[in-house]
Design a protein around this ligand. Sequence first.
Ligand code: AMP
Length: 281
Amino acid sequence: MLIFKQKQNLKPWVESLIKDGKTIAFVPTMGALHDGHISLIEQARNCYDIVVCSIFVNPAQFNDPADFEKYPITTEQDIRLLLKGKADLLFLPQVSEIYMPHETWPESYELGFLETVLEGFYRPGHFQGVCKVVHRLLEIVKPHALYLGKKDYQQCMVVAKLITDFHVPVQLILADTLRESSGLAMSSRNKRLSESDRVKAAVIYEILTYIRMHIAPGSLRQIKQYGFEKLIASGLKPEYIEISDATNLKPIDIWDGTQQLVCLLAAYLNEVRLIDNMVLN
Ligand code: AMP
């Protein structure tokens, strides 16, 4: 596996591959890799000639500086996992390599409603930061396909809008969430959970599954309330639990039985913020 830290080295490498007719898939990450990330790499490898992964802890997407400071950095272990996943190239830039002065990138991205709800509401500026980095990385790597995890459901919608609005010639592929055997969604943040908290956190999957099994046309208020109370009773501090239209994230209070729904939630367990979601029908 090649490792490039500078885009001036990566760009000609990519260009020559494209000239040779190779197809390139790209998996952007913030490191602290786990099997969920590797599942994206493996899926990409099955469909494309070359798999490029990036590790970049993007300061622009952390609305809470303390969260940025605490973000786990495990580069050596990450490289071992990427070798196991058979990635072809790792792009490992410094902040100054991505955010260079005097470059003509949009000041901000028009995300409309998507930026006002759920993660957008609770993490102001987060999706602007996501767009800033993804737009720049796509321009550097120029992949044919971009692999993102449905674990970050709203992020997938935001990036889809970025790709459409800026006519980026890339196919967006959304991969299913890989979970621990307990149902807990794999996440870099899980590394900050104690063993007993990991057990507790499995209630998130239990709630999502319960809601999927019991959803029925009519008012959804009671079932959302059930989820909220169950999180609290299990020792988590919910930020939100919402059932939304899966195509636009508009909250649904009364379900007509036909709209496609997704349940999304965010909750703190001690200091660790966990998010998860499930498409319900
Ligand atoms: P992150 O490093 O957290 O920014 O994640 C990098 C990519 O991996 C994003 O597209 C995530 O949605 C995806 N991802 C994170 N966790 C999982 C998981 N458990 N299963 C599948 N994909 C994931």
